[in-house]
Design a protein around this ligand. Structure first.
Ligand code: EPZ
Length: 418
């Protein structure tokens, strides 16, 4: 297994290009299976979760050709079965459920596992598909779904707000259902707008994606189209905060600041200087930052995926910060590793209290999930001395060329096989 070694204390300077959004590419690749013809994609990120999704899609019979920065997908689907071996490595493969059911009228997909950030239920996915007329059985760890889909009114409000991938699944299935579907309380993430834009290019009739209600008129067939994936807002936030925590100055290119309005507002409150420019933003932080309070929430609120990254930044501010995690209440496994580096973090109900310290010290730490890994990288960049990070395969799932991009910004970072 590989590890990443960082010599901390070097301000990040220069510019970095953001890759395509993993959480947009995954449902859009699944959506391509709904079409009767080939689709062609640009800006698909070269990350492990996409590789896994492409392996599953190929195992269903689809043909995939990758040439330079273009990926072509011919949706020749013979099978509609996704095995535990695949799905357990990447729970996002649950977003194949809607398209395969709509296209093949029956599918069998392994129940996704949980992960370090908490249980990952799919009740909203199943409730929505049943409302569209699907007959669903769960046995031996697999979901079997079958039936002709008919439009319906579906409310996706769950105990933690809506569900991103459930909204994606229902939107994709409803495109080929007979009649009209209205989704109340959908998730509003930019990645779902990107998915709706791609589906509409293919001939779907979707209105209101990104808003409080999505209306879909079912159509008979969809044709493959060309599409460029939107930038990854979570990757962009990771480099913004990496620049801030090292008191550097960097230009984050090929990013869309509109997708980061709330986190950027909070970062400015902490004292980070952020200037927007066409196609990206410039970040600078040269004095000690101020503490913050925030609660994670569904988009356009503060993204749960940025919570670990922001928490690390707040470990080095002057004063007390209070963080509440309302999407994944247990998403704090990483704080134990930060405490080993000298962070002063007190757990509280579904959240943490951080008391700023003057310095973090490099140490050996272990990654538990993709964004916890990014948080530990940021801590290593800011810490005094050397930090050795193990189980880095978690970051490979969602960060393209992480070590190369950070080295390009002047970080003293390398990756070694152990
Ligand atoms: C998406 O996961 C993202 N993944 C996650 O990013 C992100 O953390 C999450 O949305 C929240 O923003 C992808 O898009 C591939 P949810 P998803 O269903 O769709 C509860 C990353 O780092 N819930 O919106 O699986 C659930 O337990 C990953 O890239 C139900 O109760 O998340 C959670 O508390 C990590 N019932 C909340 O809703 C359901 O049927 C939000 O989950 C589904 C979810």
């Amino acid at each position: 297994m590989d590890q990443i070694i960082i010599e901390g204390g070097y301000p990040l300077r220069g510019e970095v290009n953001i890759s395509g959004a993993k959480n947009s590419a995954l449902p859009i690749l699944a959506a391509a299976l709904l079409a009767e013809s080939k689709s062609r994609f640009k800006n698909i990120p070269k990350v492990k979760d996409v590789t896994t999704m492409l392996k599953i899609i190929s195992s269903l019979g689809a043909e995939i050709i990758q040439k330079d920065d273009t990926l072509e997908l011919n949706p020749v689907v013979h099978k509609s079965f996704a095995s535990y071996e695949f799905v357990s490595t990447m729970r996002a493969s649950i977003c194949l459920l809607g398209p395969l059911l709509a296209k093949k009228r029956e599918t069998k997909i392994s129940l996704p596992g949980g992960c370090a950030i908490g249980p990952r239920p799919i009740d909203l996915h199943l409730k929505g598909l049943q409302k569209l007329g699907a007959k669903i059985k769960i046995e031996k760890g697999y979901i079997s779904a079958r039936g002709e889909l008919r439009g319906n009114n579906i409310d996706l409000k769950g105990p933690f707000g809506s569900s991103v991938l459930a909204t994606a699944n229902i939107m994709m299935a409803a495109c080929l259902a007979k009649g009209k579907t209205t989704i109340f309380h959908p998730a509003r993430e930019p990645e779902l707008i990107d998915l709706a834009n791609f589906l509409n290019k293919m001939g779907a009739d979707i209105k209101g994606a990104g808003g409080r209600k999505i209306e879909i008129e079912g159509v008979k067939r969809l044709e493959g189209k060309e599409h460029t994936i939107i930038p990854d807002r979570i990757e962009a936030a990771s480099y913004v905060i990496a620049t801030a925590i090292t008191h550097g100055e960097a230009e984050i290119k090929r990013a869309d600041p509109k997708h980061l309005s709330f986190p950027l507002k909070k970062l400015r409150q902490a004292g980070v200087q952020i200037a927007l420019k066409p196609g990206g933003l410039i970040v600078r932080a040269n004095e000690r930052l101020r503490p913050l309070h925030f609660i994670t929430a569904p988009y356009p609120g503060f993204p749960t995926d940025i919570q670990p990254l922001m928490s690390v930044l707040l470990c080095l501010t002057e004063g007390k910060s209070v963080i509440k995690e309302d999407i994944y209440p247990n998403r704090f496994v990483y704080t134990g590793e930060l405490q080993r580096m000298g962070a002063d973090i007190i757990p509280r109900e579904a959240g943490i209290i951080i008391r700023g310290v003057n310095v973090l010290k490099g140490a050996k730490v272990m990654v538990s999930d993709i964004r916890a890994g990014a948080a530990l990288i940021l801590a290593g960049l800011a810490a005094e001395g050397e930090t050795i990070i193990s189980r880095v395969y978690h970051m490979d799932r969602g960060y393209e060329d992480l070590v190369k991009k950070l080295s390009g910004l002047g970080a003293r970072i390398r990756r070694e096989r152990t």
